[in-house]
Design a protein around this ligand. Structure first.
Ligand SMILES: Nc1ncnc2c1ncn2[C@@H]1O[C@H](COP(=O)(O)OP(=O)(O)OP(=O)(O)O)[C@@H](O)[C@H]1O
Length: 488
């Protein structure tokens, strides 16, 4: 099994590469073949019109019938193609159900998923039947049409030969060419049919071409190899929306995060905290304003360089199919000892020691054989390995680990990333209480950006109420934090 085997991305890439191959080879080949066949037909018609106009007219009538029949078939096949794309949902439904079987069982919705499967199966079978019937339809029409044509043509030729209008040799020529024309029409019908199938590939590739593109991967300004050296981030009048039709989720942010500063991001659900890393990684283009990283406008950088410079442990980490080692070090840059060192620092040692195959322990699709907390820890290890990172983003990175492990990890992060700008989207407020600053977000706007001590001193502030809601004010740990901050 290869690294990306069976991931949704891999399936899309496989299909796309097959489509591109078809567009590259199949479609031009069929087009040129059709052009040759049509050319031969036209040549036949011109010759027939010149030598025996009656036969030429007959051929034109047959051609018109042929064109109409083919057009009718093409119209029907467009509808069948639509049914076909619905049918392809069977495979993805099966795959999704397989991956999500635990959730399906937990919510007792097996019946609902089976019904959906039955419906998709029925559509798939119907579309297969429709395709089969339509193919038979065109084959039958074509053979009837061409048989009638050859019979009439032969009868005409014999009649004209009999009355002395054309020579016996011409009779032979007309009948043999008529048979050839019949074969030609059959071949054209077959090619049109095949072309219809190949056109699906063209349409799919066109869909990708028409997709809104990410920014160019090639920049005009090449950042120095040690970029970013300070890890300073400035948001300048920055606004973000996910789609043109949706409202702004980050609204005119003006913010300066100094290099090596530790900043916690808090706010209620939907305040725009996760949109922060999305903005930094330039997953979505800004609606207004920009971000400067170490004084470089992030839009002037290669996407690859920008994203390589940032390290994130996401809210819902995804592991790749393969083994543990490949997930920790996908480019095989680190030694066995370095990997174990990182595993220890990420507090994973005890956990990895339990595997018989240690680093070669198999990981199923998306890391399904690990808990979310374990996946978060596995994502922390590569971040530790990439020591030169200057900007680290933790998007609720320890939300699913127990409080004890969380505090161990927070300690690791503080020790391992001393020269790093850390942006932590926090669910447990005590993890960010010793941070330099807290960014309080509210409905996509910056409500406050200040030291935790100053924010907590304002009992009417959102941060204080968030802390209160989290029941941290009754929590000893929190009281300890408050005491250590010398709050009155
Ligand atoms: N992919 C998306 N497409 C469209 N809107 C989105 C998308 N992701 C988030 N949003 C919207 O952006 C707003 C901010 O979402 P965001 O995830 O940044 O909030 P959050 O503060 O991180 O919330 P939570 O704490 O629940 O994770 C929400 O109104 C949400 O509906």
């Amino acid at each position: 099994m290869t690294f990306f085997d069976s991931t949704p991305l891999n399936r899309i890439l496989n299909r796309l590469s097959k489509d591109i191959e078809k567009v590259d080879n199949d479609v031009p080949h069929r087009l040129s073949y059709s052009a040759t066949l049509i050319g031969e037909c036209v040549f036949y018609l011109i010759s027939a019109m010149y030598f025996i106009p009656q036969i030429g007219f007959l051929s034109i009538i047959v051609m018109i019938f042929f064109v109409f029949t083919t057009l009718y078939y093409t119209y029907a096949s467009v509808q069948i193609r639509r049914l076909f794309s619905a049918a392809s949902a069977v495979a993805s439904h099966l795959q999704d159900s397989y991956v999500g079987i635990i959730t399906i069982r937990a919510f007792s919705v097996q019946g609902c998923f089976s019904n959906q499967m039955m419906k998709k199966e029925t559509t798939a079978i119907e579309s297969e039947l429709a395709k089969h019937v339509s193919n038979k339809w065109i084959e039958l029409r074509m053979s009837i049409l061409t048989s009638i044509f050859t019979t009439i043509l032969t009868a005409f030729a014999i009649y004209f030969g009999h009355i002395g209008y054309i020579t016996a040799a011409a009779v032979g020529l007309v009948t043999s060419t008529g048979t050839m024309l019949r074969n030609l029409l059959g071949s054209i019908a077959q090619t049109v049919k095949d072309m219809e199938m190949s056109i699906v590939a063209v349409e799919r590739v066109q869909e990708y071409v028409d997709n809104e593109h990410e920014a160019a991967w090639i920049s005009t300004i090449w950042p120095p190899s040690n970029w970013p050296s300070r890890g300073k981030i400035i948001f300048k009048g920055f606004s973000l929306r996910y789609r043109a039709s949706t409202p702004l989720v980050l609204k005119g942010l003006n913010l300066e995060i100094k290099g090596r500063e530790n900043v916690g991001v808090v706010g209620r659900t939907g305040a725009g905290k996760t949109s922060f890393p999305m903005a930094l990684f330039r997953m979505t283009e800004p609606s207004e304003g920009t971000i400067l990283i170490d004084s470089n406008d992030y839009r002037s950088l290669e996407l690859h360089d920008l994203r390589k410079a940032l390290t994130i442990i996401p809210q819902d980490p995804v592991l790749f199919c393969g083994n543990l080692r490949i997930n920790l070090d996908p480019f095989e840059e680190f030694t066995y000892f370095e990997l174990w060192e990182a595993i220890e620092k990420a507090h994973l040692k005890k956990f990895v020691d339990e595997f018989l195959e240690n680093l070669n322990h198999k990981i199923s699709e998306g890391g399904g054989n690990f808990s979310v907390g374990q996946r978060q820890l596995i994502c922390l290890a590569p971040a530790i390995l990439r020591k030169k990172t200057k900007i680290l983003i933790l998007d609720e990175a320890t939300a699913y680990v127990d409080a004890e492990t969380d505090s161990l990890i927070q300690e690791s992060i503080r020790n391992q990333f001393p020269n790093c700008t850390i942006l932590t989207i926090a669910h447990r407020l005590n993890t960010i209480m010793d941070y330099d600053k807290i960014l309080v977000m509210d409905s996509g706007e910056i409500q406050k950006f200040d030291a935790p001590k100053n924010l907590l001193s304002n009992k009417n502030g959102l941060f204080y109420s968030l802390a209160e809601q989290a029941k941290l004010l009754q929590n000893n740990l929190f009281l300890f934090e408050i005491n250590s901050l010398n709050l009155k």
